[in-house]
Design a protein around this ligand. Sequence first.
Ligand code: ATP
Length: 357
Amino acid sequence: MASQFTQHSGLILEKVSHSFGKKRAVNNVSLQVFPGEVVCLLGPSGCGKTTLLRVSAGIERVQTGRIFVSGREVASPDNEVFPENRSVGLMFQDYALFPHLSVFQNVGFGLNKLKKRDRNLRVKNLLDDVDLGHCANAYPHSLSGGEQQRVALMRVLAPEPSVILLDEPFSGLDIRLRSKTRIETIKILKRHGVAVLLVTHDFEEAMLLGDKIALMQDGTIAQMGSPSDLYQRPNTPFVASFFGDVNTLTGVVKGGFVKTVIGDFSTKLADGTAVIIMIRPDDFDIISEADGNPGFPAHVSNSHNLGPLTHINLIPEGSKLVISARFLTKKAPKTGTKVLIRLDPSYAFVFPATLQT
Ligand code: ATP
């Protein structure tokens, strides 16, 4: 029984660890992916994403912990169900299509237990579903990157697995094709109602595609939740800074506040605690006058227009601190211009300085 989780469907990893020699690649990871849900496994290179996927698929043996698929235990140190019997489909980064088999044969590859008529019908329906019916007799090398990706996806979906594991499935596509393909892929996966664990190192991709994000750091899950949870309520400096640039200030708590040159920030941390404060560049506004709201005067040290956005480095009055800010404007103010800046203090993340890695 998977004691930690209430619902025994989809994919459950319970206290899974995996080491290569002395290197602990995955350390005590627990997570659940429900049917119809997409969880993005996000993290920097080497944090253990691929190892976790390979352990889930059965390519690596589980050394500690247990894995369940649709309520059935498929892996523990003394029970290892073969990968092909787990109801888990794995799609590799390079798609790994069989070059000597046609599109039709590639998609039908895992269906040898079906009668020929049923197999042919299933493959035909899957190819029609993604507008690839006309490519059935073609060979992978004659297809575009996007078509190959769809064939690989259909091959994984053909045996109707309960769980699909995708390892960086869009990294081989050029940028224009990538944005179209990833939305289509998620629509297809949602239609099939499978539990999806998708590895990516791209936080924007994870925010776009994931119902939830599991952010990994050094083999553990640093934080798991909805994209907005992780972006707006990061629980460590690592999580805050993984989702883009942040300005980092330091201070000490006094009377429930941390005083800085750009304002005072409230915190529940104890008096005397040394803290770091992290603020995203997008969380500042330029205002014409203080207008009752706390604002701080600064001057522009330089600015660059980036199309719809303008990036401005600001130096708050009476300090040497440089604040990096981004505004939704095409007008870049001149260097030296004096501006009044407002920041909603709830957008500032205050962490004990000891958490900084
Ligand atoms: P990337 O995004 O670069 O693919 P990742 O997050 O997927 O990285 P893993 O490939 O899971 O990370 O690797 C986690 C750690 O385990 C790394 O330190 C890596 O060097 C190590 N590792 C992975 N596979 C092996 C292996 N077969 N033998 C030894 N060490 C390995």
